[in-house]
Design a protein around this ligand. Structure first.
Ligand SMILES: [Zn+2]
Length: 302
């Protein structure tokens, strides 16, 4: 199971029926929270997300609509008796912001909370755990901001059965070959694993682009992704305002998805001024037909 559940799809100001940004990425039995706008813990309850499975939190940047829900969520996890460790990845000042709130309340967390500081402009792999690998990359926003690429990795190597038989390897040993082991023949000679297998095929990939101005420089991070989330704060008639505020439009998100040849596009982070979201699809789909609204409560399989 590799999926994204939308908890919030609105930008800066929450509305009565839309919440600021938050998403759950599920990778088998591991849950990651991506951004944590105000009210995220209520959305977690509403959509019956298994809090206890939450292991990692990724915060893209320090505009409030992406993290004001964090202290509330942490406090609730503590009150509910959590003991499993939790790791937060985000801009460096976040640790201090959270710590001052915990210290002022003399709250001692019962679980181990660690922070991984993302330095401005940093890109690279930040997490490898079980079958999940997460890479971060900078996006162009008013303050340092990061996108995250989630890859569900396949562990097993691809077996080349004809080659394996040519080396007289019994079929009973094939699963060990897929796990990367060499084979020792009866005469003591070794058949190297990479003579009879290929590296695992690339895993599925979900890329979260956070807040960003339209930027073709992101394409290398997005290329061929199975699912990409891109913000569309505005419809395209407001493209000048979008650029001034380091945000993007529906047309820009769809153009980037087409240029990067991703398979599916999710759009969100809508300005509160819009009550109808349908026009975002009407502008995006002529450019990139496989576009969906990141609707709250909906789970998208990667
Ligand atoms: Zn922002």
């Amino acid at each position: 199971m590799f999926a994204v559940t939308i908890l919030g799809n609105n930008s800066a100001i929450p509305t009565l029926d839309r919440h600021p940004t938050a998403q759950i990425v599920t990778c088998n039995d591991q849950l990651c929270l991506v951004d944590c706008g105000e009210g995220t813990q209520l959305q977690i309850s509403r959509y019956k997300i298994r809090r206890s499975k939450l292991r990692y939190i990724f915060i893209s940047h320090l505009h409030g609509d992406h993290y004001f829900g964090l202290i509330g969520l942490l406090n609730t996890l503590n009150l509910m008796g959590r003991t499993e460790p939790l790791t937060i990845y985000g801009p460096a000042p976040l640790e201090q912001i959270i710590q001052i709130q915990l210290d002022s309340a003399e709250t001692q967390l019962r679980f181990e909370l660690s922070f991984v500081h993302l330095q401005p402009g940093y890109s690279g792999v930040i997490l490898t755990d079980k079958d999940l690998e997460v890479t971060c990359f900078p996006t162009q926003h008013r303050i340092p901001c990061f996108g995250f690429s989630f890859e569900m990795q396949k562990k097993k190597r691809k077996l080349l059965p004809d080659q394996a038989r040519a080396y007289e390897i019994p079929a009973a040993y094939f699963s060990k070959l897929q796990e990367g082991e060499d084979y020792r023949k009866k005469d003591g000679s070794i058949v190297k694993n990479d003579w009879v297998t290929l590296p695992p095929p690339p895993g599925k990939r979900y890329v979260y682009c956070a807040d960003t101005i339209y930027d073709t420089g992101l394409i290398p991070w997005l290329k061929d992704a199975d699912l990409m989330y891109h913000e569309t704060t505005y419809l395209h008639d407001l493209h000048e305002r979008a650029a001034e505020r380091y945000h993007s439009t529906s047309v820009q998100a769809a153009s980037l998805a087409a240029a990067a040849q991703v398979k599916h596009l999710l759009i969100g982070h809508f300005s509160s001024k819009y009550t109808e979201l349908e026009p975002f699809l009407e502008e995006s789909r002529p450019i990139f037909p496989n576009t969906e609204i990141a609707e709250e409560g909906i789970t998208f399989i990667v």
